[in-house]
Design a protein around this ligand. Structure first.
Ligand code: R5P
Length: 292
């Protein structure tokens, strides 16, 4: 049975269809003091006693969604379901995978420790650092969804991209750009250099790649505040680029990220449904299903 957290309803439904597994119902209410309450139930054709595996699918984009995963795990255990698999399409706090300054927590590790007892397996999609998987006690797998981004790039732009440049904003994301280029089947790959001065401020140093009048796809794992992408696009615009597209796995698009990208001159954004936004035109369900 696939169990959907409130953040991942479309992806959970796509996964249920992909696997031909029933989609359980999650009834969410609240106590008068505001504490959340969940009740799991199987589809009409099943009983909980027949369910031998619960696959909880929930991106942890908010504090409430972390708590929700804990509650859904516990509900599945309480129902006596043999195997509980937790799928975090987007693992929130995954970028806090070390203490950057003295006194800071390793929040990704703290969350992994909290989520571990309630599950037999963890799957997460394109974590910022695959090393976060080691923070979990049960087996944890990082699923690569980057190649899926080639499909909307092949079908979306009109006219189609011709000999595009796939560009990552920094060397750290070059492998993602290479994967998308390889799945797309043509074009070149390059990277800029990024220096981050705060949570919302970055500066971008261009490479000497030829971009004039060329279609460029800027590729990254996450678009959060949009600073990295908007700065990259502005640098490209100064060099008389052709069209600029953004492709990312996780379209967090926090705060005014959409406006920043629009002001910078992005042509279109293509992303997966690990975070459900209007730009999530490609589903990560097939990549997740392969691991289930
Ligand atoms: C960090 O290194 C990631 O790969 C992304 O570049 C980063 O999370 C993007 O953040 P923002 O959109 O806030 O610049």
């Amino acid at each position: 049975m696939i169990v959907s957290g409130s953040t991942s309803q479309s992806l959970a439904a796509a996964l249920a269809a992909e696997l031909d597994e029933p989609l359980g119902a999650v009834d969410q209410t609240a106590f008068p003091d505001g504490e959340s309450k969940f009740a799991l139930s199987p589809p009409a054709t099943h009983s909980l006693a027949d369910v031998d595996r619960a696959v909880i699918v929930a991106s942890t984009t908010t504090a409430a969604s972390h708590l929700e995963v804990l509650q859904l795990q516990d509900a599945a255990r309480e129902a006596g379901i043999d195997e509980v698999v937790t799928v975090l399409p987007y693992m929130g706090y995954g970028r806090q995978d070390r203490a950057f300054e003295a006194g800071e927590p390793v929040t990704a590790r703290a969350i992994a420790r909290a989520l571990s007892p309630g599950t037999d397996r963890i799957l997460t999609v394109t974590p910022h650092e695959p090393g976060v998987c080691e923070f979990f006690d049960p087996p944890a797998t990082a699923i690569d969804a980057e190649a899926l981004l080639a499909e909307p790039l092949q079908t979306g732009p009109d006219p189609a991209l011709a000999d595009p440049l796939f560009l990552s904003p920094d060397a750290g994301a070059i492998e993602i750009a290479e994967t998308v280029q390889s799945a797309y089947g043509e074009g070149a790959v390059d990277h800029f250099e990024k220096t981050r001065s705060s949570g919302t401020e970055v500066s971008i140093e261009p490479s000497d790649a030829a971009v004039e009048n060329r279609d460029v796809v800027v590729v990254d794992d996450i678009v959060a505040t949009g600073s990295t992408m908007s700065e990259s696009i502005e640098v490209l615009q100064e060099r008389n680029v052709g069209r600029v597209f953004v492709a990312c796995v996780h379209p967090l698009l926090a705060r005014d990220a959409r406006s920043k990208l629009a002001r910078a001159g992005v042509e279109a954004i293509f992303a997966t449904d690990t975070i459900e936004r209007t730009v999530s035109t490609v589903s990560a369900a097939p990549a997740i299903a392969e691991e289930l």
